[in-house]
Structures are given as structure tokens and as C-alpha cells.
Design a protein around this ligand. Structure first.
Ligand code: ARG
Length: 466
């Protein structure tokens, strides 16, 4: 990035200025260091604007052709890495426009008719967020596919289901994975909702009040793939809801990924050993040779903090701004760029780990039955076989659990005589419901963990996702 030695008035707006900015003014004011990411959207927006201006007769057809050629040349320069971004030109909009005038002269100076950087940046940024939504949605689909594939594979594999991280009832590993598929499906839906609301074009709102030129906003809107132009110029240049909704959806999605990451960290730990990750998704320790650390999962968990921080940061930037545009809003981009990049990494890492992980099915099944996990099945049996009211059945089961605990056995190992000491009407048929397989197999209610259900749900998802 080049800095002129002699501060001179800005060539874009320097008419009433005789001097240049202080170094610190230039430094705090410039956004080119990060908003150059918007160059594709900026070129696209300018092409649409120039075509429209020519169409309505505000600029000539020759000027439009010169502008289009000039912008194509600039795009090639940026692509090739030969474009000289200048901090003195503040942002991507002025960098491109100044270069356009360098290249094509007079015609370049006509491009900024009937627009302002305020509607320009609002348009560019919407286009960028829209592209980010499309890319991230495709990545979410890939994670869902990875998880649904593993869910189909492990539809019948028992594992302990937890509440309070205490063994609660047996579930299947496939059922557990499909819970994340449901979450991710809502994440995709949230992004799609945000995209639909975002898809209005601010271009032509100009600085804040619209313009006196006879522009055709419908034309620019549809050229840029928007559904319609925005209806209020003040709102259009000062609205960043689309960025906030994107960040909100991203933060919720990241939170889901972080929960899975946390489970991976727990499952990979030595006391659990429910799953193993391969060399591809673990690192070693420089001092402890035995270690295999789930760093990727930990970083997904950590990056979620950044993404949430981006949401809170931008909400805080926006909350005190009077209408319409204020320079504060230039601070909208970095959190969005950072969150999008972090979420893309997290999604890729989770997809990779979902495909990579190897569950220890024996260990999962063993623990699925520990901690009196089938106590609810026993209570349900007392309701069904002995017609006890559930509350009473719960109480009786609690006493049976206490007895088993005192004898150091699980429920299936509790002798019938001990059971009958608590409730004389219990007979041997009770043992049929106390196994893990019987427990999960019995949970056939819609949405329940029975392997037959899980297989159907996994197949449904795979069908929908492929
Ligand atoms: N770089 C600015 C931004 O990102 C562009 C808009 C500047 N508008 C202005 N009136 N100074 O917000």
C-alpha cells in the first residue's frame, strides 16, 4: 500500500479542501486494508449502475462502453495482483473509481452520477453477504450429509444418552448424530430467511435522500440479482440488519458446531474413549509422547466465541446511530468477514471429523447400560404389567435402584427375590425390558431413538440431501 509523502487534498472530494489529512486521520479513516475484499461486488455494482445510467440517457453509450472496458481491466489487475491499492484513497470504492479515471479519463468521472458511496457500500456489502450465505449453506449441507451418513451406519449402535451429563437412558449413536442434522437444518433455514430479506437493492438511494436523476432502480436491482429495490432511501443506506441477521445465524450455527466439538473432546478423553480421531484431526504433545489432542474440535469451540463476539460487536456499533449513514458503519465489515471465515473453517473441520471419527461401539454399548440407564424402562413395565400409576412406579423403581446399588449390581443383575422384596407382584418377565437393546428398541414413538426410527430418519435425510 502506498502513502503519498506530501499530504494533498483527496482527488475524489477535495474541492473544498486545501490540505490533506493528518497521518492518523488517514489511518483511522481508511478501510481499504479490509474492504478490498469487496472488489468483485464493487465492480459488479458499477457495471450495473453504468448500464442503467446509459439506458436512461444520463451518460452516453460510448461512456458506458469505456466504463465497462475500464472496469474489466481493473478486475484483471486486481485478479493478477498488480493493482496498487492506496490508503490515501480510503476505500475500495474510491480506489477503483480513481483507477478507472486513470485508465479511461473523463468517462470514469461520470460513473459516480446519481449514486454515493453510501448506497454503493450498502449494495456491495449485501452482495458479499449473499455470496457468503450461499457458500456457507452449501458447507452446512455437506456437514449434514457427513453426519446423516454416519447416522445411517450407526442407527442401531447403543450409547448412553445424557441429561446433566449424567447417564439418563440409552439412545443410539445414529440418533445422537441426527440431532445435529436437525440443528444444522435450522441453521440453513435461518440463512435462507436472512437471504430472502437481504435481497433488496439499495443502489440509487444515493447519499440518503435519493436522486434527481431519472434512474431506473428496478433495472439495477434485477441486474444484480436482487428481488426489488429498497423502498426507503434513508433506511437503505443506514440498514445493516442483513449483516446482523447473517451474524446471528452464523453465531447460532457456530454454537451448534461448538456443542458437537465439545462432545468430541469429551468422547476422545481417556475416561470416555467413545470415539477416536485419526492422525488427520489430532495433534501430539511436544512433551507427552502418549498424547493425541483433539485440537481441531477445541478450535471449533473457541472460534465460536469470535463469531458471537462479531455479532455483539456489530450490534453495539449500530445501536446508537441516528439516521442515516455514519462512518461508524464502516466497522461493519471486519466482524462479518471474520465470522464468515471462521464459520467456513469450523464447518469444514466438523465435516472432516464427522467422516474421520471411529466410535468404540463396544465401549459405548457397555456404558449405555451402566448407571441404571434402563430404570425408566423398569418403571414403564410396572405401569404396563402391574397397572401402577407412573408416580408410584417411579417410587418403586427408585427403591429397586437403591437395592441394586447396595448390592453392587445393575438392574438386570438384581435377583428376582430382591425385586419381589420391594414389590411382590414383579415376575421374571421384567428382565425382558432391562437390556439396552430392549430399551432403545422400544422407543418407537415418532422422533424416538428406536433403531428402526433412526434408520428411517437417516434415510430420509440422505434422500433429501443428495
Ligand atoms: N468506506 C465506507 C464504508 O465502508 C464507504 C462509505 C463512505 N461514505 C461516506 N459518506 N464517507 O462505510
Amino acid at each position: 500500500m502506498t502513502k503519498p509523502n506530501q499530504p494533498s487534498a483527496n482527488i475524489q472530494w477535495g474541492g473544498r479542501f486545501s490540505g490533506g489529512p493528518a497521518d492518523i486521520m488517514q489511518e483511522i479513516n481508511a478501510s481499504i486494508g479490509f474492504d478490498r475484499k469487496l472488489w468483485r461486488q464493487d465492480v459488479r455494482g458499477s457495471l450495473a449502475h453504468a448500464s442503467m445510467l446509459a439506458h436512461v440517457g444520463v451518460i452516453s453509450a460510448e461512456d458506458k462502453v469505456a466504463i465497462a472496458d475500464g472496469l474489466a481491466g481493473i478486475a484483471a489487475e486486481i485478479e493478477a495482483g498488480t493493482f496498487a491499492f492506496t490508503e490515501a484513497l480510503e476505500d475500495i470504492h474510491m480506489n477503483i473509481e480513481a483507477r478507472l479515471t486513470d485508465r479511461i479519463g473523463e468517462a470514469g468521472k461520470r460513473l459516480h452520477t446519481a449514486r454515493s458511496r453510501n448506497d454503493q457500500v450498502a449494495t456491495d456489502f449485501r452482495l458479499w453477504v449473499r455470496d457468503a450465505i450461499d457458500g456457507l449453506s452449501a458447507q452446512i449441507t455437506d456437514v449434514m450429509l457427513a453426519m446423516a451418513t454416519r447416522a445411517a451406519e450407526f442407527a442401531a449402535a447403543p450409547m448412553p444418552g445424557f441429561t446433566h451429563l449424567q447417564t439418563a437412558q440409552p439412545v443410539t449413536f445414529g440418533h445422537h448424530l441426527l440431532a445435529y442434522v436437525e440443528m444444522l437444518s435450522r441453521d440453513r433455514g435461518r440463512l435462507a430467511d436472512a437471504r430472502a430479506r437481504l435481497n433488496e437493492c439499495p443502489l440509487g438511494s444515493a447519499a440518503l435522500a435519493g436522486t434527481s436523476f431519472p434512474i431506473d432502480r428496478q433495472m439495477t436491482a434485477s441486474a444484480l440479482g436482487f428481488d426489488r429495490p429498497t423502498a426507503n432511501s434513508l433506511d437503505a443506506v443506514s440498514d445493516r440488519d442483513f449483516a446482523l441477521e447473517f451474524l446471528g445465524a452464523a453465531a447460532i450455527c457456530a454454537m451448534h458446531l461448538s456443542r458437537f466439538a465439545e462432545e468430541l473432546v469429551i468422547w476422545c478423553s481417556a475416561p470416555y474413549r467413545f470415539v477416536a480421531l485419526s492422525d488427520a484431526f489430532t495433534t501430539g504433545s511436544s512433551i507427552m509422547p502418549q498424547k493425541r489432542n483433539p485440537d481441531a474440535a477445541e478450535l471449533v469451540r473457541a472460534k465460536t466465541g469470535r463469531i458471537t463476539g462479531s455479532l455483539v460487536g456489530l450490534l453495539t456499533v449500530m445501536k446508537g446511530l441516528p439516521l442515516a449513514y455514519a462512518k461508524d458503519m464502516q466497522e461493519d465489515k471486519e466482524p462479518v468477514f471474520d465470522a464468515a471465515e471462521a464459520l467456513a473453517l469450523c464447518l469444514a473441520a466438523i465435516a472432516g471429523m464427522a467422516r474421520d471419527l471411529t466410535p468404540d461401539l463396544g465401549r459405548m454399548a457397555e456404558f449405555a447400560g451402566s448407571g441404571f440407564a434402563t430404570a425408566t424402562d423398569l418403571a414403564d413395565w410396572l405401569v404396563r404389567a402391574l397397572k401402577l400409576p407412573f408416580r408410584e412406579a417411579h417410587h418403586v423403581t427408585g427403591r429397586l435402584v437403591a437395592r441394586a446399588e447396595a448390592l453392587g449390581v445393575d438392574l438386570a443383575g438384581l435377583p428376582l427375590a430382591d425385586m419381589q422384596a420391594v414389590e411382590p407382584r414383579i415376575d421374571a418377565s421384567v428382565f425382558a425390558v432391562l437390556s439396552v437393546a430392549a430399551s432403545v428398541g422400544s422407543r418407537t414413538s415418532y422422533g424416538g431413538t428406536a433403531p428402526s426410527n433412526v434408520a428411517v430418519q437417516a434415510a430420509r435425510w440422505l434422500d433429501a440431501l443428495r
